[in-house]
Design a protein around this ligand. Structure first.
Ligand code: ADP
Ligand code: MG
Length: 324
């Protein structure tokens, strides 16, 4: 099978929203009047972002999910995406699985594949995604203000617990491992929450490299500091496992680094004025996404970790940096 047959068979579908999809030199998008285009790219590289033997359907899901997560963090509605693929060989079963995972998630979000590039080479997947947001309403990193609450969706740290267990560094009950593994391999982009937070959150970012590290980008852009109630984040992570094991299998020592610095969760961290707590809870219900208040923005710069009694905790938790 040649390059063009491969594109026609696995990656060409009729478009409904875009003005022109796969098949010409460019795709054409038609954003509605008054909307800005939100654009983001994420690359997945074998050996770095996934294991060589990962299930292709899972990989198709994740390649799009990490990009949808960036749109979610901006409060943008997904429109379309392109797919640049380097493939070591044409393996039809692999391609079918990959396309199934990719399009299942794309269809859930009404996001269509409009173009891309296909080449031979070491397995490498790059998705560029396009969304729309009313002009001036995108959720940005620079809007956090002193006194704002800091919120997080889901339970950050679950992806990292799964990775540690898969690497044999931790023993987990089968049901817990299965659930956490799905969090790692098939993350849920919080698109509906991002949309519900428009006009409400003062800043937002998605957690790809670790909660504190990603929150750090918000603090830097907003020129503010933060206090984090660490026990809330560790209790949150433990509460998931309590569903499977009544005893509670995680201790705070294991969970603190996962909750604060584990990557790959694709949850949203956002800030909102304290006066808008009820509105944030309403956005959470409307989007069917759990959110938890984990701290507050301070005028003094820097990140302070507080224990259960409000006393400062020592220790720094580095987040993931590809070149560090
Ligand atoms: P060009 O030579 O202009 O780069 P190509 O021959 O690479 O175009 O691609 C032909 C068409 O197929 C283009 O519309 C391109 O966007 C699309 N395409 C190529 N690879 C993919 C892919 N992996 N997924 C979706 N569309 C693709
Ligand atoms: Mg090309």
């Amino acid at each position: 099978m040649g390059e063009f047959d491969l594109i026609a068979r696995f990656f060409t579908r009729p478009v409904r929203h875009a003005a022109l999809g796969v098949g010409d030199d460019c795709a054409l998008l038609a954003p509605a009047p008054g909307m800005q285009l939100a654009v983001s790219s994420d690359m997945l590289v074998e050996g770095r972002h996934f294991f060589a033997d990962v299930d292709p359907e899972t990989l198709g899901h994740k390649a799009l999910a990490v990009n949808l997560s960036d749109l979610a963090a901006c409060g943008a509605r997904p429109l379309a995406f392109t797919l640049a693929l380097a493939l070591p060989c044409v393996d039809e079963a692999w391609l079918q699985g990959f396309a199934n995972g990719l399009f299942a998630l794309a269809d859930q979000h009404g996001c269509e594949l409009v173009g891309g590039d296909t080449t031979a080479g070491p397995l490498n997947i790059c998705v560029t995604i396009f969304g729309e947001v009313p002009a001036g309403q995108a959720l940005l990193r620079g809007g956090a203000r002193a006194g704002d609450d800091i919120w997080v969706s889901g339970r950050p740290g679950e992806a990292r617990l799964a990775l540690d267990a898969l690497r044999g560094q931790m023993d987990l009950p089968a049901a817990t491992l299965a659930r956490l593994r799905a969090r790692l391999e098939r993350p849920t982009p919080r698109v509906a929450l991002g949309l519900a937070l428009r006009g409400l959150a003062s800043s937002a970012i998605d957690v790809s490299d670790g909660l504190l590290g990603d929150l750090g980008h918000v603090l830097k852009s907003s020129r503010v500091g933060a206090e984090i109630d660490v026990h809330i984040t560790t209790d949150l992570l433990a509460s998931g496992a309590l569903q499977e094991s009544a005893k509670g299998i995680f201790d705070a020592e294991t969970m603190m680094p996962c909750a604060l610095a584990g990557g790959d969760d694709y949850e949203l961290v956002f800030t909102a004025p304290a006066a808008r707590r009820a509105a944030v809870q309403a956005a959470s219900s409307a989007s069917g996404t759990q959110v938890t208040r984990i701290g507050r923005i301070t005028p003094a710069p820097g990140l302070r970790l507080l224990d259960r009694t409000g006393q400062p905790l020592p220790g720094r938790f580095a987040s993931f940096d590809h070149f560090a």
